[in-house]
Design a protein around this ligand. Structure first.
Ligand SMILES: [Mg+2]
Ligand SMILES: [Zn+2]
Length: 185
């Protein structure tokens, strides 16, 4: 489901465009302890250097799209209004530092719901693709990436047909991943 799309800014950049898809928890914000989730705005702690990483993504002409599994919504520990509040906080914290997220897509389901959007499914990517197409933007998959911290992120990106980087394996954090992708030091 779409939580956010920066339509006006995106609308001026029609054509074939590369996208950097980003997982949220553990990539943009600090992961909560096992079995806990980010349940309110104050739980959201943006990791160091994420501002710089996202601004490099912007500067290098990539579209930045967050794709996040939020099964806590299915479990009832977080409602959608709560999720949207956390999302607004993330976007405003980043944009106040000149780092812009272009879109956020989330899966509110549990694994047992059998949806196609929960990663490693590719439904969130496909929904973003449809929304971008409506703005005249075609995703250049060959030059696009998925950056995540779990195997399901990497599997989803691979199934969708973009390049992948796993944080904690090849690179320590988002900034290192973005520097590797863009060649920016
Ligand atoms: Mg994660
Ligand atoms: Zn889903």
């Amino acid at each position: 489901m779409r939580a956010y799309l920066r339509k006006e800014a995106l609308g001026s950049g029609a054509g074939l465009r590369p996208v950097i898809f980003l997982d949220r928890d553990g990539v943009i914000n600090k992961r909560m302890p096992v079995h806990c989730h980010v349940l309110c705005e104050d739980d959201l702690e943006i990791l160091p250097d994420v501002y710089e990483a996202v601004s490099i993504i912007n500067e290098k002409g990539y579209i930045s799209i967050v794709v996040t599994n939020q099964r806590c919504i299915a479990l009832g520990t977080l409602d959608e209004a709560g999720f949207f509040g956390i999302n607004d906080r993330m976007i405003s914290d980043l944009s106040s530092c000149g780092a812009f997220v272009d879109g956020v897509y989330y899966c509110p389901h549990d694994g047992s719901d059998g949806c196609s959007c929960r990663k490693p499914g590719t439904g969130l990517f496909e929904e973003a693709e449809r929304d971008l197409e409506a703005l005249g933007i075609t995703i250049d998959r060959q030059h696009s990436w998925m950056i995540g911290d779990e195997d399901t992120d990497i599997e989803a990106g691979g199934r969708y047909g973009v390049n992948t980087v796993k944080i904690g394996e090849k690179v320590p954090d988002l900034l290192a991943a973005v520097r590797m992708i863009t060649g920016k030091q």
